[in-house]
Design a binder for this molecule. Sequence first.
Ligand code: XMP
Length: 510
Amino acid sequence: MDSVLVIDFGGQYSQLIARRIRELRVYSELIPYDTDIERIKEKKSCGLILSGSPYSTLSEGKKAPVIDKEIFSLGIPILGICFGMQITARLFGGEISTSQYNEYGKTKIKLNLKSALFKDLKPVETCWMSHKDSVVKIPQGFGIIASTFNLPIAGMEEPGRKIYGIQFHPEVVHTPSGMDILKNFLFDICGCSPTWTMVSIIEKQIEEVKEKVRDGKVICGLSGGVDSSVAAVLVNKAVGDKLTCIFVDHGLLRKGEAGKVIETFRENFRINLIHINAAERFLSKLRGVSDPESKRKIIGKEFIAIFEEEASKIKDANYLVQGTLYSDVIESGTRDAARIKSHHNVGGLPDDMKIKLIEPLRLLFKDEIRKIGIELGLSDEIVWRQPFPGPGLAIRIIGEVTEEKIRILQDADEIVVEEIKRAGLYKKIWQSFAVLPSIKSVGVMGDERTYEYPIIIRAVSSTDAMTADWVRLPHKVLERMSTRIVNEVEGVNRVVYDISSKPPSTIEWE
Ligand code: XMP
Protein backbone atom coordinates (compact mmCIF):
# COMPACT_ATOMS: atom_id res chain seq x y z
CA MET A 1 0.00 0.00 0.00
CA ASP A 2 1.31 3.43 -0.94
CA SER A 3 2.18 5.69 1.96
CA VAL A 4 3.50 9.15 2.71
CA LEU A 5 5.44 9.91 5.88
CA VAL A 6 5.04 13.17 7.75
CA ILE A 7 8.36 13.96 9.39
CA ASP A 8 7.26 15.67 12.58
CA PHE A 9 9.15 18.64 13.92
CA GLY A 10 6.45 19.20 16.55
CA GLY A 11 4.30 21.63 14.56
CA GLN A 12 0.73 22.16 15.71
CA TYR A 13 -0.64 20.93 12.38
CA SER A 14 1.50 17.80 11.93
CA GLN A 15 -1.34 15.40 12.77
CA LEU A 16 -3.67 17.36 10.57
CA ILE A 17 -1.34 16.92 7.59
CA ALA A 18 -1.45 13.13 8.06
CA ARG A 19 -5.24 13.21 8.38
CA ARG A 20 -5.63 15.25 5.22
CA ILE A 21 -3.46 12.81 3.29
CA ARG A 22 -5.56 9.94 4.55
CA GLU A 23 -8.70 11.81 3.49
CA LEU A 24 -7.19 11.68 0.02
CA ARG A 25 -6.99 7.91 0.50
CA VAL A 26 -3.27 7.57 0.87
CA TYR A 27 -1.97 6.03 4.08
CA SER A 28 0.08 8.47 6.12
CA GLU A 29 1.87 8.29 9.43
CA LEU A 30 3.87 10.66 11.58
CA ILE A 31 7.46 9.92 12.50
CA PRO A 32 9.71 11.99 14.77
CA TYR A 33 12.27 14.10 12.88
CA ASP A 34 15.21 12.25 14.45
CA THR A 35 14.07 8.83 13.27
CA ASP A 36 17.00 6.86 11.91
CA ILE A 37 17.36 7.22 8.16
CA GLU A 38 17.45 3.41 7.81
CA ARG A 39 13.98 3.19 9.36
CA ILE A 40 12.72 5.80 6.95
CA LYS A 41 14.12 3.77 4.04
CA GLU A 42 12.46 0.60 5.35
CA LYS A 43 9.08 2.31 5.21
CA LYS A 44 9.38 2.49 1.42
CA SER A 45 7.09 5.49 1.27
CA CYS A 46 6.22 7.32 -1.94
CA GLY A 47 6.67 10.77 -0.47
CA LEU A 48 7.87 12.69 2.56
CA ILE A 49 6.40 15.81 4.09
CA LEU A 50 8.47 17.93 6.44
CA SER A 51 6.14 19.53 8.98
CA GLY A 52 6.10 22.90 10.71
CA SER A 53 7.69 23.43 14.11
CA PRO A 54 7.44 25.69 17.16
CA TYR A 55 11.21 26.16 16.80
CA SER A 56 13.29 28.29 14.46
CA THR A 57 15.91 26.87 12.13
CA LEU A 58 18.01 29.79 13.34
CA SER A 59 18.01 28.90 17.04
CA GLU A 60 21.35 27.59 18.05
CA GLY A 61 22.06 24.61 20.26
CA LYS A 62 19.82 21.68 21.09
CA LYS A 63 16.54 23.50 20.57
CA ALA A 64 16.62 23.65 16.80
CA PRO A 65 15.55 20.31 15.34
CA VAL A 66 17.78 19.10 12.54
CA ILE A 67 17.47 16.40 9.94
CA ASP A 68 19.92 14.18 8.12
CA LYS A 69 20.54 15.74 4.70
CA GLU A 70 20.73 12.24 3.25
CA ILE A 71 16.95 12.25 3.31
CA PHE A 72 17.04 14.36 0.14
CA SER A 73 19.16 11.74 -1.64
CA LEU A 74 16.71 8.85 -1.23
CA GLY A 75 14.98 9.63 -4.51
CA ILE A 76 11.68 10.17 -2.63
CA PRO A 77 9.75 13.38 -3.43
CA ILE A 78 9.73 15.84 -0.53
CA LEU A 79 7.39 18.67 0.39
CA GLY A 80 8.49 21.01 3.16
CA ILE A 81 5.73 23.01 4.83
CA CYS A 82 6.60 26.21 6.76
CA PHE A 83 9.53 25.18 9.00
CA GLY A 84 9.90 22.21 6.62
CA MET A 85 10.56 24.59 3.73
CA GLN A 86 12.97 26.66 5.81
CA ILE A 87 15.04 23.68 6.93
CA THR A 88 15.18 22.47 3.32
CA ALA A 89 16.40 25.89 2.18
CA ARG A 90 19.00 26.01 4.95
CA LEU A 91 20.37 22.55 4.22
CA PHE A 92 20.87 23.48 0.57
CA GLY A 93 22.58 26.80 1.30
CA GLY A 94 19.62 29.20 1.21
CA GLU A 95 19.14 31.99 3.74
CA ILE A 96 16.53 32.43 6.46
CA SER A 97 15.68 35.59 8.33
CA THR A 98 13.54 36.25 11.41
CA SER A 99 10.75 38.80 11.45
CA GLN A 100 11.57 40.49 8.20
CA TYR A 101 8.36 39.29 6.59
CA ASN A 102 6.41 37.57 9.38
CA GLU A 103 2.76 36.90 8.59
CA TYR A 104 -0.21 35.38 10.43
CA GLY A 105 -3.59 34.57 8.98
CA LYS A 106 -5.14 34.59 5.54
CA THR A 107 -3.34 36.24 2.68
CA LYS A 108 -3.46 36.33 -1.11
CA ILE A 109 -0.72 34.41 -2.85
CA LYS A 110 0.59 34.48 -6.42
CA LEU A 111 1.39 31.04 -7.76
CA ASN A 112 3.56 29.94 -10.65
CA LEU A 113 1.21 27.56 -12.42
CA LYS A 114 4.05 25.90 -14.27
CA SER A 115 4.96 24.14 -11.04
CA ALA A 116 3.50 20.61 -10.84
CA LEU A 117 2.52 21.44 -7.25
CA PHE A 118 0.02 24.06 -8.42
CA LYS A 119 -1.51 22.21 -11.39
CA ASP A 120 -5.09 23.36 -12.11
CA LEU A 121 -4.99 26.14 -9.50
CA LYS A 122 -5.68 29.81 -10.16
CA PRO A 123 -2.79 32.30 -10.53
CA VAL A 124 -3.89 34.01 -7.32
CA GLU A 125 -5.25 31.99 -4.41
CA THR A 126 -5.85 32.54 -0.70
CA CYS A 127 -3.59 30.80 1.77
CA TRP A 128 -3.00 30.61 5.51
CA MET A 129 0.32 31.78 6.91
CA SER A 130 1.70 31.43 10.41
CA HIS A 131 5.40 32.18 10.62
CA LYS A 132 8.06 34.46 12.04
CA ASP A 133 11.00 33.19 9.96
CA SER A 134 11.09 33.09 6.20
CA VAL A 135 13.38 32.15 3.36
CA VAL A 136 15.06 35.29 2.04
CA LYS A 137 17.38 33.60 -0.46
CA ILE A 138 16.66 30.32 -2.17
CA PRO A 139 19.36 27.71 -2.62
CA GLN A 140 21.14 27.40 -5.91
CA GLY A 141 19.27 25.26 -8.41
CA PHE A 142 15.87 26.05 -6.84
CA GLY A 143 13.19 28.29 -8.36
CA ILE A 144 10.60 30.51 -6.66
CA ILE A 145 7.04 29.27 -7.24
CA ALA A 146 4.94 31.45 -4.93
CA SER A 147 4.99 34.91 -3.42
CA THR A 148 2.73 37.20 -1.43
CA PHE A 149 2.66 40.98 -1.17
CA ASN A 150 4.85 40.79 1.94
CA LEU A 151 6.81 37.68 1.21
CA PRO A 152 8.79 37.39 -2.02
CA ILE A 153 9.65 33.72 -1.41
CA ALA A 154 6.50 31.85 -0.29
CA GLY A 155 7.27 28.69 -2.26
CA MET A 156 10.25 27.05 -3.97
CA GLU A 157 11.05 23.94 -5.99
CA GLU A 158 13.78 21.85 -7.44
CA PRO A 159 11.65 19.78 -9.82
CA GLY A 160 14.54 17.65 -11.07
CA ARG A 161 14.92 16.13 -7.60
CA LYS A 162 11.24 16.57 -6.75
CA ILE A 163 11.92 18.82 -3.77
CA TYR A 164 9.22 21.38 -2.95
CA GLY A 165 8.67 23.90 -0.20
CA ILE A 166 5.76 26.14 0.74
CA GLN A 167 5.66 28.69 3.50
CA PHE A 168 1.88 28.49 3.96
CA HIS A 169 -0.26 25.68 5.35
CA PRO A 170 -2.19 23.66 2.73
CA GLU A 171 -3.66 21.38 5.43
CA VAL A 172 -5.85 24.00 7.14
CA VAL A 173 -9.31 24.88 5.86
CA HIS A 174 -8.33 28.54 5.52
CA THR A 175 -6.27 27.58 2.47
CA PRO A 176 -9.20 26.70 0.19
CA SER A 177 -7.07 25.08 -2.52
CA GLY A 178 -4.88 23.29 0.04
CA MET A 179 -6.32 19.85 -0.71
CA ASP A 180 -5.65 20.39 -4.44
CA ILE A 181 -2.02 21.17 -3.66
CA LEU A 182 -1.73 18.02 -1.53
CA LYS A 183 -3.46 16.04 -4.29
CA ASN A 184 -0.94 17.31 -6.85
CA PHE A 185 1.89 16.32 -4.55
CA LEU A 186 0.49 12.86 -3.78
CA PHE A 187 -0.77 11.78 -7.15
CA ASP A 188 1.27 13.69 -9.76
CA ILE A 189 4.59 14.21 -8.00
CA CYS A 190 4.78 11.11 -5.78
CA GLY A 191 2.68 8.86 -8.04
CA CYS A 192 0.64 7.44 -5.13
CA SER A 193 -2.52 5.40 -5.66
CA PRO A 194 -5.57 6.19 -3.52
CA THR A 195 -5.96 2.77 -1.91
CA TRP A 196 -6.50 3.67 1.77
CA THR A 197 -10.24 3.12 1.98
CA MET A 198 -12.37 2.03 4.91
CA VAL A 199 -12.95 -1.32 3.25
CA SER A 200 -9.23 -1.84 2.70
CA ILE A 201 -8.46 -0.92 6.32
CA ILE A 202 -11.06 -3.39 7.60
CA GLU A 203 -9.76 -6.17 5.38
CA LYS A 204 -6.17 -5.50 6.37
CA GLN A 205 -6.97 -5.47 10.09
CA ILE A 206 -9.05 -8.65 9.84
CA GLU A 207 -6.19 -10.43 8.07
CA GLU A 208 -3.65 -9.25 10.63
CA VAL A 209 -5.76 -10.27 13.62
CA LYS A 210 -6.50 -13.69 12.08
CA GLU A 211 -2.84 -14.25 11.41
CA LYS A 212 -1.87 -13.25 14.95
CA VAL A 213 -4.51 -15.17 16.89
CA ARG A 214 -4.63 -18.42 14.92
CA ASP A 215 -6.00 -20.95 17.45
CA GLY A 216 -5.75 -18.62 20.42
CA LYS A 217 -8.53 -17.10 22.49
CA VAL A 218 -9.21 -13.41 22.73
CA ILE A 219 -10.85 -11.28 25.40
CA CYS A 220 -12.04 -7.72 25.07
CA GLY A 221 -13.28 -5.23 27.64
CA LEU A 222 -16.36 -3.55 26.29
CA SER A 223 -17.58 -0.21 27.59
CA GLY A 224 -20.17 0.72 25.00
CA GLY A 225 -18.04 3.63 23.78
CA VAL A 226 -17.12 3.92 20.13
CA ASP A 227 -13.51 2.70 20.38
CA SER A 228 -14.06 -0.52 22.27
CA SER A 229 -17.22 -1.23 20.23
CA VAL A 230 -15.49 -0.88 16.87
CA ALA A 231 -12.49 -2.87 18.10
CA ALA A 232 -14.75 -5.69 19.34
CA VAL A 233 -16.75 -5.95 16.11
CA LEU A 234 -13.60 -5.86 14.00
CA VAL A 235 -11.91 -8.60 16.01
CA ASN A 236 -15.10 -10.63 15.99
CA LYS A 237 -15.13 -10.51 12.19
CA ALA A 238 -11.60 -11.90 12.25
CA VAL A 239 -11.84 -14.62 14.88
CA GLY A 240 -15.58 -15.20 15.46
CA ASP A 241 -16.29 -17.31 18.53
CA LYS A 242 -12.72 -17.17 19.73
CA LEU A 243 -13.55 -13.70 21.04
CA THR A 244 -15.28 -13.12 24.37
CA CYS A 245 -16.22 -9.63 25.42
CA ILE A 246 -16.43 -8.69 29.07
CA PHE A 247 -18.73 -5.83 29.94
CA VAL A 248 -18.18 -4.68 33.53
CA ASP A 249 -21.31 -2.72 34.29
CA HIS A 250 -20.54 -0.51 37.29
CA GLY A 251 -24.09 0.82 37.40
CA LEU A 252 -22.81 4.32 36.69
CA LEU A 253 -23.62 4.45 33.00
CA ARG A 254 -26.19 6.69 31.34
CA LYS A 255 -29.80 5.58 31.59
CA GLY A 256 -30.60 2.51 29.53
CA GLU A 257 -27.07 2.26 28.16
CA ALA A 258 -26.17 -1.12 29.64
CA GLY A 259 -29.24 -2.67 28.02
CA LYS A 260 -28.34 -1.20 24.65
CA VAL A 261 -24.78 -2.52 24.85
CA ILE A 262 -26.07 -6.01 25.59
CA GLU A 263 -28.65 -5.87 22.81
CA THR A 264 -26.18 -4.57 20.24
CA PHE A 265 -23.46 -7.08 20.87
CA ARG A 266 -25.41 -10.19 21.85
CA GLU A 267 -28.39 -9.86 19.55
CA ASN A 268 -27.24 -7.81 16.58
CA PHE A 269 -23.67 -9.01 16.29
CA ARG A 270 -23.96 -12.40 18.04
CA ILE A 271 -20.75 -11.78 19.96
CA ASN A 272 -19.99 -13.81 23.11
CA LEU A 273 -20.66 -11.28 25.81
CA ILE A 274 -20.28 -11.66 29.54
CA HIS A 275 -22.26 -8.95 31.30
CA ILE A 276 -21.22 -8.41 34.89
CA ASN A 277 -23.79 -6.42 36.77
CA ALA A 278 -21.54 -5.07 39.48
CA ALA A 279 -23.63 -2.05 40.48
CA GLU A 280 -24.07 -3.25 44.08
CA ARG A 281 -20.39 -4.01 44.46
CA PHE A 282 -19.34 -0.55 43.26
CA LEU A 283 -21.98 1.20 45.29
CA SER A 284 -20.93 -0.51 48.50
CA LYS A 285 -17.27 0.38 47.88
CA LEU A 286 -18.25 4.00 47.27
CA ARG A 287 -20.43 4.32 50.36
CA GLY A 288 -19.34 7.25 52.52
CA VAL A 289 -16.64 8.37 50.04
CA SER A 290 -16.87 11.93 48.77
CA ASP A 291 -13.33 12.84 47.70
CA PRO A 292 -13.15 12.86 43.87
CA GLU A 293 -9.76 11.20 43.54
CA SER A 294 -10.64 8.52 46.08
CA LYS A 295 -13.80 7.78 44.12
CA ARG A 296 -11.79 7.45 40.90
CA LYS A 297 -9.23 5.17 42.52
CA ILE A 298 -11.87 2.92 44.08
CA ILE A 299 -13.70 2.58 40.77
CA GLY A 300 -10.51 1.96 38.77
CA LYS A 301 -9.26 -0.68 41.22
CA GLU A 302 -12.60 -2.45 41.43
CA PHE A 303 -12.99 -2.37 37.67
CA ILE A 304 -9.67 -4.11 37.11
CA ALA A 305 -10.32 -6.61 39.88
CA ILE A 306 -13.65 -7.64 38.34
CA PHE A 307 -12.23 -7.73 34.83
CA GLU A 308 -9.38 -9.96 36.00
CA GLU A 309 -11.74 -12.25 37.89
CA GLU A 310 -13.83 -12.74 34.78
CA ALA A 311 -10.90 -12.97 32.38
CA SER A 312 -9.30 -15.67 34.51
CA LYS A 313 -12.44 -17.79 34.09
CA ILE A 314 -11.89 -17.89 30.35
CA LYS A 315 -9.51 -20.78 29.99
CA ASP A 316 -6.45 -20.28 27.81
CA ALA A 317 -7.23 -16.70 26.88
CA ASN A 318 -3.99 -15.40 25.44
CA TYR A 319 -4.92 -12.15 23.71
CA LEU A 320 -6.50 -8.95 24.94
CA VAL A 321 -8.06 -6.37 22.64
CA GLN A 322 -7.27 -2.75 23.39
CA GLY A 323 -8.85 0.21 21.66
CA THR A 324 -5.63 2.25 21.43
CA LEU A 325 -5.98 4.98 18.79
CA TYR A 326 -3.36 6.54 16.56
CA SER A 327 -3.54 9.80 18.52
CA ASP A 328 -2.61 7.87 21.71
CA VAL A 329 0.30 6.30 19.87
CA ILE A 330 1.54 9.65 18.61
CA GLU A 331 1.01 11.41 21.91
CA SER A 332 3.08 8.92 23.81
CA GLY A 333 5.68 8.70 21.05
CA THR A 334 6.24 12.30 19.98
CA ARG A 335 8.39 14.31 22.28
CA ASP A 336 8.11 17.49 20.30
CA ALA A 337 4.42 18.23 20.25
CA ALA A 338 3.75 21.35 22.27
CA ARG A 339 0.93 19.73 24.27
CA ILE A 340 0.66 16.20 25.53
CA LYS A 341 -2.70 14.93 26.71
CA SER A 342 -2.81 13.32 30.10
CA HIS A 343 -4.53 9.97 30.14
CA HIS A 344 -6.90 9.02 32.82
CA ASN A 345 -8.77 6.06 31.50
CA VAL A 346 -10.16 3.56 33.91
CA GLY A 347 -8.28 0.32 33.75
CA GLY A 348 -4.98 -0.19 32.07
CA LEU A 349 -3.18 -3.47 31.88
CA PRO A 350 -2.21 -5.19 35.09
CA ASP A 351 1.53 -5.90 34.80
CA ASP A 352 1.31 -9.55 35.69
CA MET A 353 -1.34 -10.55 33.13
CA LYS A 354 0.34 -13.01 30.82
CA ILE A 355 -1.47 -11.90 27.80
CA LYS A 356 -0.58 -10.31 24.48
CA LEU A 357 -2.21 -7.23 23.10
CA ILE A 358 -4.25 -6.81 19.96
CA GLU A 359 -4.72 -3.19 18.97
CA PRO A 360 -6.74 -3.13 15.76
CA LEU A 361 -7.28 0.67 15.88
CA ARG A 362 -3.66 1.56 16.50
CA LEU A 363 -3.22 3.16 13.10
CA LEU A 364 -6.49 5.04 13.02
CA PHE A 365 -7.72 8.52 13.80
CA LYS A 366 -11.04 8.97 15.60
CA ASP A 367 -12.93 10.05 12.46
CA GLU A 368 -11.69 6.93 10.66
CA ILE A 369 -12.85 4.75 13.54
CA ARG A 370 -16.31 6.24 13.23
CA LYS A 371 -16.38 5.54 9.48
CA ILE A 372 -15.25 1.96 10.08
CA GLY A 373 -17.91 1.56 12.74
CA ILE A 374 -20.56 2.58 10.24
CA GLU A 375 -19.08 0.30 7.57
CA LEU A 376 -19.22 -2.59 10.08
CA GLY A 377 -22.90 -1.93 10.79
CA LEU A 378 -22.73 -0.29 14.20
CA SER A 379 -25.58 2.10 14.91
CA ASP A 380 -25.23 5.86 14.63
CA GLU A 381 -25.93 6.00 18.32
CA ILE A 382 -22.79 4.07 19.22
CA VAL A 383 -20.61 5.50 16.49
CA TRP A 384 -21.40 9.12 17.38
CA ARG A 385 -21.53 8.71 21.13
CA GLN A 386 -19.91 11.65 22.92
CA PRO A 387 -16.91 10.86 25.15
CA PHE A 388 -17.89 9.48 28.53
CA PRO A 389 -15.53 9.18 31.51
CA GLY A 390 -14.54 5.72 32.71
CA PRO A 391 -15.79 6.34 36.29
CA GLY A 392 -19.11 7.32 34.72
CA LEU A 393 -21.72 9.26 36.63
CA ALA A 394 -19.73 8.90 39.87
CA ILE A 395 -17.71 11.97 38.90
CA ARG A 396 -20.84 13.88 37.91
CA ILE A 397 -22.43 13.28 41.30
CA ILE A 398 -20.62 15.65 43.60
CA GLY A 399 -19.75 14.03 46.88
CA GLU A 400 -21.09 10.66 47.99
CA VAL A 401 -22.71 8.44 45.38
CA THR A 402 -26.03 6.92 46.37
CA GLU A 403 -28.64 4.93 44.50
CA GLU A 404 -31.10 7.80 44.67
CA LYS A 405 -28.58 10.28 43.26
CA ILE A 406 -27.73 7.93 40.40
CA ARG A 407 -31.43 7.69 39.57
CA ILE A 408 -31.90 11.48 39.64
CA LEU A 409 -28.83 12.12 37.51
CA GLN A 410 -29.65 9.41 34.97
CA ASP A 411 -33.15 10.84 34.51
CA ALA A 412 -31.93 14.42 34.15
CA ASP A 413 -29.04 13.44 31.88
CA GLU A 414 -31.39 11.55 29.58
CA ILE A 415 -33.43 14.73 29.11
CA VAL A 416 -30.33 16.84 28.40
CA VAL A 417 -29.15 14.41 25.75
CA GLU A 418 -32.61 14.03 24.22
CA GLU A 419 -33.05 17.79 23.89
CA ILE A 420 -29.56 18.30 22.48
CA LYS A 421 -30.31 15.61 19.89
CA ARG A 422 -33.70 17.07 19.13
CA ALA A 423 -32.03 20.44 18.44
CA GLY A 424 -29.65 18.72 16.02
CA LEU A 425 -26.64 19.65 18.14
CA TYR A 426 -25.44 16.30 19.46
CA LYS A 427 -22.72 15.66 16.87
CA LYS A 428 -21.57 19.28 16.92
CA ILE A 429 -20.96 19.36 20.66
CA TRP A 430 -17.98 17.66 22.28
CA GLN A 431 -19.87 16.70 25.44
CA SER A 432 -23.26 17.58 26.85
CA PHE A 433 -24.55 16.19 30.11
CA ALA A 434 -26.07 16.82 33.54
CA VAL A 435 -24.29 17.15 36.87
CA LEU A 436 -25.79 16.66 40.32
CA PRO A 437 -24.27 18.82 43.08
CA SER A 438 -24.49 17.93 46.76
CA ILE A 439 -26.58 20.91 47.81
CA LYS A 440 -30.30 21.54 48.04
CA SER A 441 -32.18 24.76 47.61
CA VAL A 442 -35.62 26.09 48.34
CA GLY A 443 -38.31 26.16 45.68
CA VAL A 444 -42.04 26.25 45.37
CA MET A 445 -44.20 23.78 43.48
CA GLY A 446 -47.97 24.30 43.49
CA ASP A 447 -48.66 25.65 46.93
CA GLU A 448 -45.85 23.77 48.55
CA ARG A 449 -42.40 24.82 49.51
CA THR A 450 -39.75 22.35 48.31
CA TYR A 451 -36.19 21.67 49.36
CA GLU A 452 -34.53 19.68 46.57
CA TYR A 453 -31.42 19.25 44.43
CA PRO A 454 -30.52 21.51 41.51
CA ILE A 455 -29.29 20.03 38.23
CA ILE A 456 -26.37 21.64 36.42
CA ILE A 457 -26.33 21.44 32.64
CA ARG A 458 -22.89 21.33 31.03
CA ALA A 459 -22.29 21.53 27.28
CA VAL A 460 -18.82 22.18 25.90
CA SER A 461 -17.14 22.49 22.55
CA SER A 462 -13.61 21.17 22.20
CA THR A 463 -11.34 19.37 19.78
CA ASP A 464 -9.23 17.36 22.18
CA ALA A 465 -10.60 17.95 25.71
CA MET A 466 -7.42 19.84 26.62
CA THR A 467 -9.25 23.14 26.36
CA ALA A 468 -12.99 23.68 26.06
CA ASP A 469 -15.53 26.43 25.84
CA TRP A 470 -19.12 26.39 27.04
CA VAL A 471 -21.61 26.15 24.21
CA ARG A 472 -23.94 29.08 23.62
CA LEU A 473 -27.03 26.84 23.63
CA PRO A 474 -30.16 28.51 22.24
CA HIS A 475 -32.40 29.78 25.02
CA LYS A 476 -35.28 27.69 23.65
CA VAL A 477 -33.26 24.51 24.15
CA LEU A 478 -32.24 25.52 27.67
CA GLU A 479 -35.81 26.41 28.45
CA ARG A 480 -37.13 23.05 27.32
CA MET A 481 -34.48 21.16 29.29
CA SER A 482 -35.21 23.17 32.41
CA THR A 483 -38.96 22.71 32.20
CA ARG A 484 -38.71 19.03 31.48
CA ILE A 485 -36.13 18.29 34.18
CA VAL A 486 -38.10 20.06 36.91
CA ASN A 487 -41.37 18.46 35.82
CA GLU A 488 -40.15 14.97 35.04
CA VAL A 489 -37.33 14.28 37.48
CA GLU A 490 -38.42 13.70 41.02
CA GLY A 491 -36.14 15.39 43.54
CA VAL A 492 -35.11 18.38 41.41
CA ASN A 493 -36.50 21.90 41.73
CA ARG A 494 -33.93 24.08 39.95
CA VAL A 495 -31.77 23.96 36.80
CA VAL A 496 -28.62 26.00 36.17
CA TYR A 497 -26.28 26.24 33.19
CA ASP A 498 -22.51 26.06 33.60
CA ILE A 499 -20.88 28.93 31.70
CA SER A 500 -17.25 28.19 32.52
CA SER A 501 -14.55 27.38 30.02
CA LYS A 502 -11.56 25.09 30.49
CA PRO A 503 -9.20 26.42 31.78
CA PRO A 504 -9.79 27.57 34.47
CA SER A 505 -12.54 24.96 34.99
CA THR A 506 -12.50 21.38 33.79
CA ILE A 507 -15.11 19.66 31.65
CA GLU A 508 -16.23 17.32 34.41
CA TRP A 509 -17.12 18.66 37.83
CA GLU A 510 -14.89 16.23 39.71
P1 XMP B 1 -11.67 17.20 32.40
O1 XMP B 1 -12.76 17.09 33.39
O2 XMP B 1 -10.31 16.87 32.97
O3 XMP B 1 -11.95 16.07 31.31
O4 XMP B 1 -11.67 18.50 31.66
C1 XMP B 1 -11.28 15.94 30.09
C2 XMP B 1 -11.87 14.75 29.35
O5 XMP B 1 -11.56 13.55 30.05
C3 XMP B 1 -12.76 12.90 30.49
N1 XMP B 1 -12.49 12.44 31.85
C4 XMP B 1 -12.21 11.17 32.17
N2 XMP B 1 -12.15 10.05 31.41
N3 XMP B 1 -11.62 8.77 33.31
C5 XMP B 1 -11.87 8.85 31.99
O6 XMP B 1 -11.84 7.82 31.32
C6 XMP B 1 -11.65 9.84 34.15
O7 XMP B 1 -11.42 9.72 35.35
C7 XMP B 1 -11.97 11.11 33.53
N4 XMP B 1 -12.08 12.37 34.01
C8 XMP B 1 -12.41 13.17 32.96
C9 XMP B 1 -13.84 13.96 30.42
O8 XMP B 1 -15.13 13.38 30.22
C10 XMP B 1 -13.38 14.80 29.25
O9 XMP B 1 -13.75 14.21 28.02
